[in-house]
Design a protein around this ligand. Structure first.
Ligand SMILES: [Zn+2]
Length: 444
């Protein structure tokens, strides 16, 4: 963003919580020229800020390393009516995210250095948050030819995925993982066996039978997670399971970690908040992939948050225009928006229920995503002196109601419209610039 800003920013009286350096204390935080100078008390162990420094009062709030969404669909290029890099970036800022990873299933697919560069350049001009493109694993995500990983990495791609689709051919995935391991790129997997999914519309179970909708079994996901863990073990690749949704897949990740493999996973806010029984009245805002799973699956996911098996929260923000979602359930596309509700749901459903701590939440939304995407090497996911001043300020107690119609996203497809939440974002700071705050209700 081109917003002119003072060279200094001082965040006062917040509870600074940075698990990357075991910090949890109430103090001030000084930012100079887009970098963190340090933590402390002004005039004591922190130098006095310049007279034109911008001051943010964070009393009663948590000050954390900027949140990073590992899983976001910005739809540009190709489906700008549903979302753009600018509108998605504004929604991210309003959700407390300072960085997002953009999935490559655009039109054209991001399977080249040219598309990667286009995304980066557009984001630099128009998005208030950092956008890190993820390159496709195969050309056009068709599963036939590997995409040019090194060229995309050179252009700025930070990871690889064919998200929206799995890589069905195991030999292709093995080649992809070997190549990715050599380049140090994480392989993000949309784990789904398309032959098992078939024409499935929602989780296979009693609710699907009652509604007369074709089911998608948990095995559709678990078979691919199992296969790809085996390939990760063979190739040494860092394998990251996107939007993990079943108890069985989680157990395989737990076991892989026990074996010391480089395997990580993310869970979406909708999968830890909702279950298949919530799919009522054929409301297509409850149609997503993977589908909302059973109560037992959700219980296992919550346990995975508690015991550390789940590494990150990824939104799978998937904008679809109203006209696309307002079709019969079987015809409507899969996916919901999620950037602006992720933090509220995480606080409300994970922290206030005692399933998770605030420190763990910051790990799930900032520290671990930075490590998974290699962004820790660029000084993100931490507030150590000298790191990039990407900062999320949130109030764990603020009561608010989500109104999808007020979303910065161009699309409004959310099952959480009208949901009351306890806790949410207050201000988003990217490289020392205040790009959104709750009082102004607008991004700047
Ligand atoms: Zn996916």
């Amino acid at each position: 963003m081109t917003t002119p800003s003072p060279t200094e920013l001082i965040i006062r009286h917040g509870r600074v919580m940075d698990p990357s350096q075991n910090v949890d204390r109430t103090c001030d935080l000084l930012v100079r020229q887009g970098r963190v100078v340090g933590l402390g008390a002004l005039g004591d162990n922190l130098p006095a800020p310049a007279s034109d420094a911008r001051m943010v009062d964070a009393t009663g709030c948590i000050v954390a390393p900027g949140f990073i969404d590992l899983h976001c669909h910005l739809r540009e290029p190709g489906k700008e009516y549903a979302e753009t890099i600018e509108s998605g970036g504004r929604a991210a800022a309003a959700g407390g995210f300072t960085s997002v990873l953009s999935m490559p299933n655009t039109r054209p697919v991001n399977d080249s250095a040219a598309v990667t560069r286009f995304i980066i350049e557009t984001a630099r001009k128009l998005s208030p948050v950092n956008v890190f493109p993820v390159g496709a694993i195969t050309e056009g995500s068709k599963g036939e030819q590997l995409a040019p990983f090194a060229e995309m990495q050179e252009a700025g791609a930070v990871a690889l995925t064919d998200d929206g689709l799995p890589v069905m051919n195991a030999g292709m995935m093995r080649h992809a993982m070997s190549y990715a391991a050599g380049l140090g790129l994480t392989v993000i997997d949309h784990a789904e066996d398309l032959n098992l999914t078939g024409a499935g519309q929602m989780h296979e179970g009693y609710t699907a039978v009652r509604l007369g909708l074709a089911g998608i079994s948990g095995a559709s996901e678990e078979i691919m997670v199992g296969r790809n863990i085996l390939l990760a073990a063979t190739t040494g690749a860092h394998y990251h399971v996107a939007h993990l949704s079943t108890a069985g897949a989680l157990e395989m990740v737990r076991e892989a970690k026990r074996r010391g493999l480089k395997v990580t996973c993310e869970v979406t806010p909708h999968h830890f908040s909702l279950i298949d029984e919530d799919v009522k009245d054929y409301d297509t805002n409850y149609k997503m992939k993977p589908p909302l799973r059973s109560r037992a699956d959700r219980e296992a996911l919550l346990q995975g948050f508690a015991d550390g098996t789940v590494d990150a929260i990824g939104t799978d923000h998937a904008p679809h225009a109203g006209s696309e979602k307002m079709q019969e359930f079987a015809q409507a596309p899969f996916g919901i928006i999620g950037l602006e509700t992720a933090l509220g749901l995480a606080l409300d459903r994970l922290v206030h229920t005692g399933r998770s701590t605030l420190t763990r939440l910051v790990e799930l939304m900032a520290v671990n995503p930075a490590r998974i995407a290699g962004l820790d090497k660029t000084g993100r996911g931490t507030l150590k002196p000298g790191s990039v001043a990407d900062i999320t300020i949130f109030d764990p107690e603020r009561n608010w109601t989500y109104d999808a119609n007020q979303s910065f996203s161009r699309s409004k497809n959310s099952p959480f419209h009208g949901t009351n939440m306890r806790g949410g974002p207050v201000a988003t700071i990217v490289a020392g610039n205040l790009v959104w705050n709750v009082e102004r209700k607008s991004s700047v």
